[in-house]
Design a protein around this ligand. Structure first.
Ligand code: SAM
Length: 237
């Protein structure tokens, strides 16, 4: 899968994403992450990419021309118009289901805003999806874009070395993951639940399932409405 990130701060995105699991997938050629500097496309001789908002008000607005030309350069290079996401607090909130859907795309363009936002006219021409990462306002779309790239990449086959770790993760079947433990068996007087040391895989699976349901009920009861539960499990909620 190829991510194309339209940004005024390409270093931030490249440095943030070329490490650990995502960096390894890039090295293997499973993913490519290209940060495109919007400023490289401005026709302004002072390399300006923003201007005052019509109608007045605080802050600056990113202008249409450099964004459109940067986007067009990607479209020309890959030969088609891919889904183009504008990261904005005004979109629906990103979730795991969306990550899975986007992971099916061959190319995805992510547009990062800054300052007061972007001239509406270019958004109308190029954006197919508006996505927020939560109900708060950040200074720019770079962190949200990185969040999306990370979550989507994990859903691309071959990115996680152990596919199993993806399938028991929180939100799989709309449940949160069960608690995890590692060595030592006792730490600060707290013991690992004995069932995890029993070697009985069926019992361990049953315990983990129960813990997942309990944890979801405690921490995110809103998810239970969508959870894949047996009739018995639902009755016992
Ligand atoms: N004036 C804009 C508004 O009220 O909708 C907010 C602009 S914000 C200061 C600058 C940029 O940060 C936005 O264009 C967007 O790309 C990004 N951004 C801020 N908060 C975000 C969020 N919660 N999710 C996704 N992107 C966000």
């Amino acid at each position: 899968m190829r991510f194309h990130i339209l940004t005024l701060f390409p270093d931030m995105v490249e440095q943030g994403l070329n490490t650990s699991i995502i960096g390894r997938a890039v090295e293997k050629g499973i993913l490519s992450i290209e940060a495109v500097n919007i400023r490289d496309y401005t026709l302004d001789r002072h390399k300006k990419v923003d201007d005052y908002p019509y109608g007045g008000g605080a802050g600056m607005v990113m202008q249409a021309q450099p964004i459109y030309d940067a986007w067009q350069a990607i479209v020309t290079k890959i030969g088609y118009r891919p889904r183009t996401v504008y990261l904005t607090p005004q979109g629906p909130t990103f979730h795991q289901g969306m990550a899975k859907e986007y992971a099916k795309e061959e190319d995805l363009i992510l547009l990062c805003g800054h300052y007061e936002g972007i001239d509406e006219r270019v958004l109308e021409e190029i954006v197919t999806d508006y996505v927020s990462i939560g109900d708060y306002v950040l200074t720019g779309g770079e962190l949200p874009a990185m969040v999306m790239v990370d979550a989507i990449s994990r859903m691309v086959p071959g990115v996680l070395s152990n596919q199993e770790s993806g399938s028991t993760e929180s939100f799989e079947g709309s449940l949160l993951e069960y608690p995890q433990y590692s060595r030592p068996e006792e730490w600060h007087g707290k013991k690992v639940p004995p069932i995890l040391l029993s070697g009985d895989h069926a019992k361990v699976d049953a315990w983990r399932r129960e813990q997942s349901i309990l944890r979801t009920k405690e921490r995110r009861p809103d998810l239970l409405k969508w959870a894949e539960l047996s009739e018995k499990e639902r009755k016992n909620l």
